[in-house]
Design a protein around this ligand. Structure first.
Ligand SMILES: [Zn+2]
Length: 944
């Protein structure tokens, strides 16, 4: 009934703005098809209510046989790419580029759209934006000349998060419209800008999602009974985190967008997401990051308000801005622009996660009028894929129109921001950062320098020793001079973050300081004479050089905190290695606990030489084995359990192990359930998961069973990186029993982040009680709604905080000082273990005495240094002195639980050694019985 009324209203609305279509002729049937797919006449604007007709260029409808955003259909990578190629073949206003290749081998395509002159002139236009990006070689007069015939480049990124399914079709229609429409607004956009469109930035995830839709979601419109809406993987390693690696550039999608950025220098990088009703145009609530030029904030607020204004004016409800994220952290895909003097922005539109039309409820908070949300939507709406597309495409057109209108001013701002950044480095300290080479782990120094270079931050190497006011540095020291256009980003990456304590709840991490992540120093200098130092400029990650030296039958490797020891152990897997448990001296050289002692073995010398040069490790030959307590350190068989219910964070563990060529067994829920674990693996690694305890055990609801994730003719993209006959049901209690058996039988289980809840709260480890003060990571972000409830709780939302080793001679401490720091997100807090906890029948009984013997490391600096190294912490009094790492004996095995995640997105490489130590020294950890008295639970063989 309602539907009929809407349709007649729609035809009325669509017949009215016919003048706004001129001089375009709508393609036959397009107005009706679009109207039919739109559920409410308010959910559309005149500019996207038709598709212009063209004799020459294929419209999406001609190519796909349907309009974009038609209900019940989703287009995959192959057909989308065929369409953009057809578009480019037919139109001299469109050009296609391949900008990357995904982990699974799919191309990542991008199209450029401009008028004919613009497309002919792309090389000149790219050279112009590149010249504006570097004011050292482009003075103000030259810049003005360049600006007069340069164009802003506006880049759209679609389909990054795979279950946000609408943007691909929105940008395909946008591309066609921009190429063929003769409306004055579109002509201006073509003449003033170069528009870049990446229709499927993550093609691996897109194809999995399209298969998932047709296999599990098609035809289902009742939201209350929908099955899981997304495949378990969106890429080889990550899920949502695929847009959170701008600083480290790990995913191929990210690398492709970064390469694009440094080739085109787009003025705007615009990412299309679908997580808020009905359209949120991002710019954050603040606090804003002080290392971004203030011009940028004015620019992105202006663009957002323009979108709100324009779309509200045509009667589209629910377009808002401001109240999403904080814009302090710029760690997302679009942040490549924010961090390099351009504008990074994005939309959150209202996606159904499916191409079907569904009845949706809008939360009360999103239906209230606010200054940033002037025309809220009703509580209940019927929402379609086309509605979502209408919002995305209308918004995009407004943004393009505004950019075209201000094209010269935006180019001038881009130049000015680059100039400001460079000038700051010339006129105000610090003038440079010095990164000494000799900081324990040459590999980590090289990796950190490599990451800076990957961001086009210029790094040089001192040709001679440097004398500065602050001190002297040897030749070879890495120098980041700050008189460069990306000075602001260099400062952001190399100094501590200070998130305001009274600021809004942050959306994600509050610290990304690289020296903190890498446990290295980058020393600022206020001595301007650093500019007179001769530097060799670096173009790539510095090469490592390790060697084998000396003479004798025994080889030693000094532990100076090297992160590459784990990789080295597997390069040398077939050889026997022992690890010193105390420091010792050899030829008056001090070898710290953790150093390796390797007796001569056939083939060893050559293997050490290749390991030394690959990983930058130095082995020394001596005549005899030093007299020091030591233990065997066989390379363990590692199993990594990846629950089907959350593959995201553990994907980063797989990524890091793969990068280091460390072998492991991928364990699915069904592999855990099948048991027989101890004969197959020595160390069971269970990473952080964003799941409550019950979800960790029971997994995806069995109500959806069976839910295969397997390559078939109908689902050719399924089955990677792992396959399943049924991803529902988790490990169940039978799987939990198998893990318990694994540990009882003498296995080492290592749990990270919220994965530790399974061990400590699931009953594998006894006598550790969860404290009420902490918040799980899943409530960490999401804007201000979580702020109030979490106000009093302990929050470390991605901050670097100090820790102290309670057991500095525990193998996990090898390579670290007794006082150090780690990166911590929001996780539950755990109390100090007790010998026993009170009995159920006696709730007034006291708990048993505290037993600190299992605490390897505690939160806080026991000598009183401030907790925060970088970022911010709330409610720290509840955190300090609680366990950060526990090593608890269980049966014949041990469980090591981290109350943080040392494997966070391949960022906190300085923390990783703690995990590597647990793996490398697994036998020693298992061999250690309880250091406490014999009444300790560990002495009970059957304490479960
Ligand atoms: Zn998203």
């Amino acid at each position: 009934m309602l539907r009929v009324a809407w349709l007649s209203l729609l035809s009325l609305v669509f017949s009215l703005p016919a003048s706004s279509q001129a001089p375009d002729i709508p393609e036959r049937g397009s107005i009706e098809a679009i109207a039919a797919a739109t559920t409410d006449p308010h959910f559309i604007s005149p500019s996207v209510s038709y598709v212009p007709q063209s004799d020459k260029v294929p419209s999406p409808e001609k190519f796909f046989g349907r309009i974009m955003g038609a209900p019940g259909e989703l287009v995959g990578t192959e057909k989308s790419y065929a369409y953009v190629r057809a578009l480019a073949a037919a139109s001299s206003r469109v050009k296609v580029f391949t900008i990357g290749r995904s982990e699974e081998g799919r191309d990542i395509l991008m199209i450029a759209i401009s008028d004919e002159a613009g497309i002919r002139d792309l090389d000149r236009l790219k050279a112009a934006t590149a010249a504006l990006a570097d004011p050292r070689r482009t003075n103000a007069a030259t810049a003005e000349k360049l600006i007069s015939d340069a164009r802003p480049v506006y880049y759209f990124n679609a389909a990054l998060h795979s279950d946000e399914t609408g943007s691909t079709e929105a940008v395909l229609e946008l591309a066609y419209r921009l190429a063929v429409s003769e409306q004055p607004m579109i002509r201006r956009i073509r003449e003033q800008l170069v528009v870049l469109i990446n229709p499927i930035s993550n093609p691996d995830g897109r194809d999995k999602m399209v298969d998932w839709f047709y296999r599990y979601l098609k035809g289902k419109t009742d939201r209350s009974t929908l099955p899981r809406q997304s495949p378990p993987y969106w890429s080889k390693y990550t899920f949502v985190d695929i847009n959170r690696d701008t600083h480290q550039q790990t995913m191929e999608t990210t690398k492709a967008v970064h390469r694009m950025f440094h080739e085109w220098h787009p003025t705007v990088v615009h990412d299309l997401h679908e997580g808020m009703p009905l359209m949120m145009t991002w710019n954050g609530t603040g606090p804003y990051n002080p290392n971004i030029d203030p011009i940028t904030y004015s620019e992105f607020l202006e663009l957002s308000f323009r979108e709100v204004e324009s779309m509200t004016a045509v009667g589209m409800p629910g377009v808002s801005t401001w109240n999403f994220g904080e814009a302090f952290a710029h760690l997302y895909l679009d942040s490549v622009a924010m961090n390099h003097n351009s504008i990074g922005r994005g939309y959150e539109t209202f996606g159904n996660g499916s191409a079907e039309t569904e009845k949706r409820s809008i939360s009360a908070g999103s239906t209230q009028m606010q200054w940033y949300h002037l025309m809220p939507p009703p509580r209940e709406i019927v929402w379609s894929a086309r509605d979502n597309l209408n919002y995305q495409e209308t918004g995009a057109l407004v943004a393009l129109e505004e950019t075209a209108r201000q094209s010269k001013e935006m180019l001038r701002n881009f130049y000015k921001k680059s100039w400001n950044s460079w000038q700051k480095g010339l006129t105000q300290p610090p003038y440079a950062f010095l990164i000494p080479q000799d900081q324990g782990d040459p590999a980590r120094v090289a990796q950190m320098v490599g990451r800076l270079i990957g961001q086009h931050i210029e790094v040089g190497r001192a040709q001679r020793a440097i004398q500065l006011h602050e001190g002297n540095y040897p030749a070879g020291t890495f120098v980041v001079r700050l008189d460069q256009p990306y000075r602001n980003y260099a400062v952001d990456l190399l100094t501590a973050q200070n998130y305001p304590k009274n600021g809004e709840a942050p959306y994600d991490d509050v610290s990304w300081e690289l020296p903190a992540h890498y446990h290295l120093e980058a020393i600022p200098t206020a001595d301007p004479s650093i500019r007179d130092v001769s530097l060799t400029s670096l173009t790539d990650t510095p090469q490592l050089s390790g060697r084998v030296s000396g003479e004798g039958a025994v080889y030693l490797l000094k532990d100076t905190g090297q992160e590459s020891l784990l990789a080295a152990r597997y390069r040398l897997a077939q050889f026997e290695i022992q690890i010193a448990e105390r420091s010792f001296k050899e030829d008056s050289v001090e070898f710290a606990a953790g150093s390796w002692i390797i007796a001569g073995q056939p083939g060893l010398h050559d293997a050490l030489q290749s390991t030394a040069s690959e990983l930058g490790l130095d082995f020394v030959q001596v005549s005899s084995s030093p007299n020091v307590p030591k233990h065997a350190a066989k390379a363990p068989r590692v199993g990594v359990w990846v629950p089907w219910a959350d593959t995201d964070s553990i994907g980063w563990i797989r990524y890091s192990l793969d990068q280091r060529k460390v072998p492991y067994t991928y364990l699915r829920d069904e592999d855990i359930r099948a048991g027989n674990l101890r004969p197959r693996i020595d160390v069971l690694l269970y990473g952080h998961v964003d799941l409550e305890l019950a979800e960790q055990i029971e997994g995806l609801p069995k109500a959806w069973s069976p839910m295969p994730f397997k390559k078939t003719a109908q689902t050719p993209s399924f089955g990677t990186p792992a396959e399943s006959d049924d991803i529902t049901g988790g490990i169940g209690y039978e799987g939990l029993a198998q893990i318990q058996r694994f540990v009882n039988d003498g296995g080492l289980m290592v749990t990270l982040g919220s994965g530790s809840a399974l061990a400590l709260e699931g009953g594998l480890v006894r006598f550790v009680r969860r404290s009420s003060g902490g918040v799980p990571r899943s409530t960490a972000g999401g804007g201000s709604s979580s702020a109030a409830s979490a106000q009093s709780a302990t929050r470390t939302p991605g901050a670097h905080v100090r820790v102290t080793f309670d057991r500095p001679d525990h193998p996990i401490a090898y390579g670290y000082a007794a006082h150090t720091h780690v990166f911590r997100q929001n996780f539950p807090l755990y109390n100090i273990p007790r010998r026993w906890l009170r009995m159920a029948y006696c709730t007034t009984c006291l708990d048993g005495p505290e037993d600190r013997s299992g605490i390897v490391m505690e939160w806080g600096d026991s000598e009183g240094k401030p907790l925060v190294v970088s970022g911010q912490v709330w409610g720290e009094e509840n955190l300090v002195k609680r366990p950060a790492i526990l090593d608890m004996p269980v049966g014949k095995g041990h469980v090591v639980s981290f109350n943080f995640n040392p494997m966070h997105r391949d960022l906190n490489r300085g923390d990783q050694r703690m995990l590597w130590n647990a793996i490398l020294n697994w036998q020693a950890i298992l061999a250690a019985s309880s250091p406490a008295d014999p009444t300790h639970p560990a002495a009970e063989p059957d304490d479960e």
